[in-house]
Design a protein around this ligand. Structure first.
Ligand SMILES: CC(C)(COP(=O)(O)OP(=O)(O)OC[C@H]1O[C@@H](n2cnc3c(N)ncnc32)[C@H](O)[C@@H]1OP(=O)(O)O)[C@@H](O)C(=O)NCCC(=O)NCCS
Length: 222
């Protein structure tokens, strides 16, 4: 049976048909894109996102001591410390790098870094001179000062000196550095010398004070 021919479309129907086709095409493109993103490319995109958000930091478990069959210690675990610098917080990277390289190149150096929310906020660099310890540099980022971080770093250096059997710790501090002098004084450091006009700052010279703190069980608890 032959179907009767369809009546010609009116102008309105023609416009509605074109619009419908455009919408259907647009919906198809969106659906195809979504399918590509959500189904086909899902694994790649989520891997990419994870790589941007996650960092992996292996933390070795302490191994503990190893004993021989007579109970004598053959090997011990000992921690090692690293210094990490956040370049965004250093005004002059070349000068800072040269200073740190000089300090890190010295023999017997050890140090500690204070972290807060995955960001380094302070550090202490010290040196084992054999007969005593020396604090080479200590600093806390300006927005994290007066929170006890400097005190903790100093405590860590004193504890390490005690562990190494060093009887005392020395350091130099600028005479006008009230914050550092307050910290050292409250920790048991006393002035044992003065180097006149040791530091030069803004055309002025400032004396350096030589401070020493005994390292023993009687040193004040900080
Ligand atoms: C010195 C410095 C390391 C102190 O670090 P910090 O984390 O702010 O010190 P803490 O919060 O642990 O303070 C410990 C004590 O130090 C003394 N102190 C710290 N900042 C002080 C300040 N601005 N004025 C006076 N005393 C201060 C106080 O006795 C304080 O104890 P309190 O808070 O109970 O009063 C920090 O100010 C710094 O980085 N300064 C610039 C670098 C520097 O001068 N380094 C020393 C080179 S020798």
């Amino acid at each position: 049976m032959e179907l009767p021919p369809l009546p010609p479309l009116t102008k309105t129907q023609e416009r509605a048909l074109i619009l419908g086709l455009i919408l259907a095409g647009w919906a198809f493109v969106v659906a195809a894109r979504l399918f590509g993103l959500q189904i086909l490319g899902h694994d790649d995109f989520s891997r990419l996102a994870r790589r941007q958000q996650e960092t992996f930091r292996p933390i070795g478990a302490p191994r503990g001591s190893i004993f021989d069959r007579h109970g004598s210690v053959l090997a011990i675990s000992s921690g090692s410390h690293k210094v990490v610098v956040n370049p965004k917080r250093i005004p002059n990277k070349e000068i800072a790098a040269a200073l740190l390289a000089r300090i890190l190149g010295l023999s017997g150096g050890f140090g500690f870094v204070a972290w807060q929310h995955e960001l380094p906020v302070g550090f202490a660099l010290a040196r084992d001179l054999g007969s005593e310890g020396e604090i080479l540099s200590l600093g806390v980022t300006p927005d994290c000062r007066r929170l006890g971080i400097g005190r903790l770093l100093l405590r860590a250096v004193i504890d390490e000196a005690a562990r190494r059997g060093l009887p005392s710790i020395v350091l130099e501090v600028a005479d006008d550095n009230a914050a550092a002098r307050g910290l050292y004084a409250s920790t048991g450091f006393v002035a044992v010398g003065r180097r006149p006009r040791y530091y030069r700052r803004d055309g002025e010279t400032i004396d350096a004070l030589l401070l020493r703190c005994p390292v023993n069980d009687e040193s004040p608890s900080i």
